[in-house]
Design a protein around this ligand. Structure first.
Ligand code: HEM
Length: 474
């Protein structure tokens, strides 16, 4: 509230211009501009983004205060305009406040998707999806065609998700972007959620919608939700006629009157859940694979160390099994180092404070937007030696992991709202990388291609130019 602002001592920050606040400080790469600003103002920094009071967190200590010690206050999401399309924020696991509905959906995902039993049971499916990636890369290898690594990884993870959820492949390796209705609808939602929207910072603009974000969001969310609704209706019809042959996917569990009633989700809620899982899962997983390959191609010595390890552990087997991952510590270190250096969500997903709180002597008022700059923490020289170079070795003989306990490395967030998909991503990323590294030598047209580590800010932090490389048989 306003009166509390006068009482308390707000965190330091740049001087806000009237009305506009610090919005122009953000620029096109907000994670980088914010990293620079917090060097001046410290690990808990105030920004007035239009009328949206925002606190930016840039140290492991502060992140722990916010995401763990005071997680009762800071577990709500900041609700932006695009997320309100079709009332999504009121039904979505990603946006609902912590409470009974959010708990119910999180529990459902924990029990029916990400439990150890579910993950073990899903291994065969992941091997099958990996085989489809293999076929595609083999074919490119034989015909001398480059592979767009991010795109191929996106197809793999998207299909894995879509088959797990509804038993349909949403993507194919060869189709052009526009030929695929699902991909187009999913990318549409991803883009509209990723655009920084001025109306989020100036409530008065919500009606004007100057960039048309609200209009676009209504259209894109509407289309994707409708496509899920069709799938749900088709399944209900199918089940009526095929009582005995049940599909083995999440949708079946949710619609099964004996099982589903435990969670009791309406088909309205189911389509919002499917949207969250599909949109939230595929892109960041593909992004981390693309960045890992980028760094391996830029650092031939690291690539050859990774290849040697795979050769000794997998030998003549082309595909790794999930039980092999434990025996691949160097590959694990490559993945951790990629999460440090290129976190797909550089600013996590903003939270919001539920009431006024004191953090290390500073007042954080109710409804403050909370941003955690994990990108900046990953490049902080007081936390990491040589933070600007890619050195997986730093994670050998070192217990630091990205599971939410070590606050210097939290690409999946932390606390009760940590990314629920982390255990699945963990398996996928190692399997796909192991396959790509173990079976091919990769050649890029120009060395500059791999060295181009320019970033594009959006829902995930992508390479500005996609990584394309030619697979050849070693
Ligand atoms: C490299 C891969 C991924 C990264 C870096 C990532 C990152 C994140 C982050 C930073 C958050 C916010 C956590 C917080 O507020 O503390 C989040 C939430 C979420 N993620 Fe992920 N994620 C990944 C993969 C996945 C996958 C595979 C799925 C689904 C299968 C998924 C589904 C979700 C959902 C539904 C939420 C919202 C949870 C909530 O608000 O309660 N993510 N993710």
């Amino acid at each position: 509230s306003n009166s509390s602002r006068h009482r308390g001592n707000l965190a330091p920050g740049p001087y806000p211009f009237p009305i506009i606040g610090n919005i122009f400080d953000l620029g096109r790469k907000p994670h980088q501009s914010l990293a620079k600003l917090s060097k001046t103002y410290g690990p808990l920094m105030s920004l007035h983004l239009g009328s949206k009071y925002t606190v930016v967190v840039t140290s492991p200590e502060m992140a722990k205060e916010i995401l763990q010690k005071n997680d009762k206050v800071f577990s709500s999401r900041n609700i932006h305009v695009a997320a309100q399309a079709h009332d999504h924020h009121n039904h979505s696991m990603g946006y609902l406040p912590v409470g009974s509905q959010w708990n119910k959906i999180r529990r459902l995902c924990r029990e029916q998707l990400f439990s150890i039993q579910c993950l073990e049971a899903g291994q065969g499916l992941r091997q099958e999806k990996l085989r489809q990636l293999c076929d595609y890369v083999q074919e490119c290898c034989l015909s001398g065609q480059v592979v767009d690594i991010g795109k191929a990884a996106f197809t793999t993870t998207l299909n894995l998700m879509s088959v797990t959820l509804v038993s349909v492949d949403f993507s194919n390796y060869k189709g052009s972007d526009s030929s695929n209705e699902w991909e187009e609808a999913i990318l549409g939602v991803m883009n509209v959620v990723g655009i920084p929207n001025f109306a989020d910072f100036f409530p008065i603009l919500k009606l004007v919608d100057p960039q048309g974000v609200k209009r676009k969001a209504d259209k894109c969310f509407g289309r994707l939700l409708e496509m899920f609704e069709d799938i749900i209706n088709q399944r209900i019809e199918y089940s009526k006629n095929n009582n005995s042959t049940k599909k083995k996917d999440l949708l079946e569990v949710l619609l099964d009157p004996t099982h589903g009633s435990e969670y009791n989700l309406s088909s309205f809620e189911i389509k919002h859940l499917l949207l969250d899982l599909i949109v939230g899962g595929s892109d960041p997983t593909a992004t981390i694979i693309e960045w890992a390959m980028t760094e391996l191609l830029r650092n031939p010595k690291i690539m050859s160390t990774a290849k040697d390890e795979l050769k000794s552990v997998l030998g003549g087997n082309k595909q790794a099994k999930e039980s092999d991952i434990l025996r691949l510590p160097y590959l694990q270190a490559v993945v951790k180092e990629t999460f440090r250096f290129h976190p797909p969500g550089p600013l996590l997903i903003p939270r919001s404070s539920d009431y006024d709180t004191d953090i290390m002597g500073y007042l954080i008022p109710k409804n403050t937007q909370i941003i955690v700059n994990v990108w900046a923490m990953g490049r902080d020289s007081s936390l990491w030696s040589n933070p600007d170079s890619f050195e997986p070795e730093r994670f050998l003989n070192n217990k630091v992991d990205f599971k939410g306990r070590d606050f210097e490395l939290i690409p999946f967030g932390a606390g009760r709202r940590i990314c629920p998909g982390m255990p699945l991503t963990d398996r996928m990323v190692h399997l796909v990388l192991a396959y790509l590294i173990h079976n091919f030598d990769w050649v890029i047209g120009k060395q500059t291609e791999a060295d181009d580590t320019g970033e594009k800010f959006g829902l995930s932090l992508h390479r500005a130019a996609p990584l394309k490389a030619l697979p050849i048989k070693p």
